[in-house]
Ligand binder design. Structure first.
Ligand code: HEM
Length: 124
């Protein structure tokens, strides 16, 4: 049986595994690798803080993801298909590694934030 997401180390494993899939993905990988040219050493710790705050209310993340994706969308228009793929990879990564209440919460929050992002950016 898989365990639930319980520690910062669990979140690091989830986030690193997710972005390993993202980087290698045919549908959205190039947006991270070639369009945004993401500096992973900087981005990964931000994402650890973001998810730790969502799941454990640590208060360690104070960024503005909506603004960042709006900016990204101006450089490179994001589509429903991009978001669908992002969601599928995230859900798949959670399910491969964890199960339990926090694992369910992570999936729910990913989907709800993605929905809001799409309404604000792609237009519904
Ligand atoms: C098509 C879907 C998406 C694409 C292509 C995308 C791409 C990106 C890129 C390129 C960055 C900037 C990384 C950097 O250079 O620092 C970023 C940041 C981020 N993304 Fe996404 N993203 C997507 C969806 C989402 C969703 C659904 C979430 C919600 C869970 C999310 C959460 C974040 C957060 C929290 C940051 C960091 C913002 C900060 O620096 O404070 N992204 N994303």
């Amino acid at each position: 049986m898989k365990k639930d997401i319980k520690t910062r180390e669990d979140i690091e494993l989830l986030v690193i595994s997710f972005y390993d899939k993202v980087k290698a993905d045919d549908t959205i990988g190039y947006i991270f690798n070639d369009v945004a040219k993401v500096n992973w050493e900087k981005h990964l710790p931000v994402m650890f803080d973001f998810w730790e705050n969502i799941l454990f209310f640590t208060g360690g993340y104070a960024g503005n993801p909506m603004m960042i994706h709006q900016h990204l969308n101006k450089m490179f228009p994001l589509t429903k298909e991009h978001f669908k793929r992002w969601e599928a990879l995230f859900l798949q990564t959670v399910d491969e590694l964890f199960e339990g209440d926090k694992a369910e919460l992570a999936k729910q929050r990913a989907l709800s934030i993605s929905t809001v992002m799409q309404i604000k950016i792609v237009g519904g």
